[in-house]
Design a protein around this ligand. Sequence first.
Ligand SMILES: Nc1ncnc2c1ncn2[C@@H]1O[C@H](COP(=O)(O)OP(=O)(O)OP(=O)(O)O)[C@@H](O)[C@H]1O
Ligand SMILES: [Mg+2]
Length: 399
Amino acid sequence: MSESRVGAGAGTPVIELRGVSKAFGEGDGAVRAVDDVSLTVRAGEIFGVIGYSGAGKSTLVRLVNALETATAGQVLVEGADLTALPERRLRGVRARIGMIFQQFNLLTSRTVAGNVAYPLRVARWPREKRAARVAELLDFVGLADKAKAYPRQLSGGQKQRVGIARALATSPTILLADEATSALDPETTRDVLGLLRRVNAELGITIVVITHEMDVVRSICDRVAVMEQGRVVELGDVYDVFAAPQADAAQRFVGTALHDRPSPEALARLRERHPGRLVTVGVREGASTGTDLFRLLREHEVDGAVVYGGISEVGDRPFGSLTVELDAPDERIAAFLAALRERADVVDLGTAERPLDDPRAWRPAAGPAAPEPGDEPGDPYGAARDDVVRGNLRNFGGA
Ligand SMILES: Nc1ncnc2c1ncn2[C@@H]1O[C@H](COP(=O)(O)OP(=O)(O)OP(=O)(O)O)[C@@H](O)[C@H]1O
Ligand SMILES: [Mg+2]
């Protein structure tokens, strides 16, 4: 993690929403696009806003750059209350905010250099200063050799680099990215996200990333707000949200980005091949590592075979889980699990004969709340697994 991101989150507030609502239309037909949202984005962080289509994400960013006016509440940008400023002062605030879009919004009749120079012309920069600034920006985004090309001659990733250079032209302190990688393939997405990281780390610009892809949040955001029907239903450090998503929508998004736990269907297939006792063990930074798992297996003389799972990164920190088939007499397994639960998030999946569900397995659609596993009559292992899931996460700096 680069220098400026280490302290991210400790910075002063640059964007503050206080009880903000935005309704379109009136009376019965009114749509509450943003509904009583309060959140703070701090200097130097990359803040993600994730939600499904229609959740109100774009309306939220349009409130931040004053393209929409709030129906209720206050929007503060660098301490200035946009809801109280006259239009002339709003222009000054907007100049401090850069914006990039899914469809790039480049001027097709202008060259790459012309597009990047455009905001400088509007801000009445003298010609010589403009040329130097454009050259510097194109160099920063790696497009120095494309200055004279037209947008139609560029790939999607290159177009977005031009979009980023243009957004940075007048040295904003905030960059708003509304689905900036949604039109790009996965590899180009990684390139553009890498560039956004550099914008944040090297230029110290605070970034708000609007997306419907949890992978985007996982790879570059420090904190995330999950939106649903105009409301923020979850807000926290990205690592914590991944470790213990609370809201239904948050759980579904986390499930789309991680494939470390078997889905119910995958688990059914696993049980055919591995009829013995299965447990899923969380792997987290510091607290619970693969080393603990294998050490405890040895100490308790339990045979364990990894049958599913994966460890990758959230932010720059290790995250994942391993599903293991255990083979030993019941008492030894019980002692092993008790010791492991002191260190790790353990979900007992039971055996093929006496199966238990993973309460946190990814399910494609939200169903009604699952019963508490410990409460199920006849739960053969009786362990307070739900308690383990929640309680032990505290050890990982989670819930
Ligand atoms: N100008 C408008 N007039 C009327 N309704 C609007 C307007 N803008 C947005 N809405 C409505 O507000 C709600 C939120 O829209 P918004 O564009 O903010 O969602 P979003 O989360 O950005 O969705 P997407 O992921 O599809 O971009 C939607 O129901 C939308 O139809
Ligand atoms: Mg949108």
